[in-house]
Design a binder for this molecule. Structure first.
Ligand SMILES: Cc1cc2nc3c(=O)[nH]c(=O)nc-3n(C[C@H](O)[C@H](O)[C@H](O)COP(=O)(O)O)c2cc1C
Length: 188
């Protein structure tokens, strides 16, 4: 199993990053190969709504997001992790998702699926408050994204009341939940 972790937080060593690392560790314990991408380290443009796509269905914007189309195509499992920012996903995560409009257009308008294989998806999110509706907002966007890339929404971990950088490290039970999420999702 090939697991791709996508971190939508700008904080390296922050709560999302720590939880995603734990989930990937769990996936490796199930024998999976893992890779992590930090969106904040990529220089990429938001969607320009150009309505043009390449013959292979990928986006025409030449920037550092391009390798992600192939990586997602090759992944059996996607674990997307994002903090809650203003009641939804981080800008980094939403910008990445918008760049999959090409895949949405290919799939639903041109009837040409660019991500042929079915894969599994998991979502991890962290917020400072205890608002369930913020996770619900983020989840509905992630579910839509997962449908577009043929990922079935299988696992989620939502952590409330976590704010300071790395404070998640003081909650071994949550770290264990992230580990178990990764372990479960990577089982064939
Ligand atoms: C720009 C910004 C917006 C935020 N908006 C919210 C919010 O709407 N609700 C909330 O509960 N926490 C909000 N937070 C707090 C983060 O979700 C919280 O600190 C989280 O633990 C950060 O995770 P990270 O360390 O992975 O980046 C916000 C933080 C920032 C920087």
């Amino acid at each position: 199993m090939n697991v791709l972790g996508i971190n939508g937080s700008p904080r390296i060593g922050g709560n999302t990053d720590v939880l995603l690392d734990k989930a990937l560790e769990g996936a490796r314990s199930s024998g999976a190969q893992t890779e992590k991408i930090v969106l904040n380290q990529l220089r990429f443009s938001p969607c320009q709504e150009c309505q043009e796509i390449r013959d292979d269905g990928t986006c025409i914007i030449e920037d550092e997001l391009q390798p992600l189309y192939r990586k997602i195509d090759e992944a059996d499992i996607i674990i997307l992790a994002s903090p809650i920012f203003f009641g939804s996903l981080s800008a980094q995560a939403k910008m990445m998702i918008d760049r999959f409009q090409c895949a949405w257009r290919a799939k639903y308008i041109l009837k040409k699926d660019i991500f042929q294989r079915q894969r599994k998806g998991g979502f991890i999110s962290v917020e400072a408050t205890t608002r369930k509706d913020f996770f619900a907002n983020a989840k509905s966007i992630v579910k839509n994204f997962f449908l577009t890339i043929n990922a079935s929404y299988q696992e989620e971990l939502f952590c409330s009341g976590i704010d300071e950088k790395g404070s998640i490290l003081k909650s071994p039970d949550i770290l264990n939940k992230a580990f178990e999420l990764g372990k479960r999702i990577a089982v064939i």
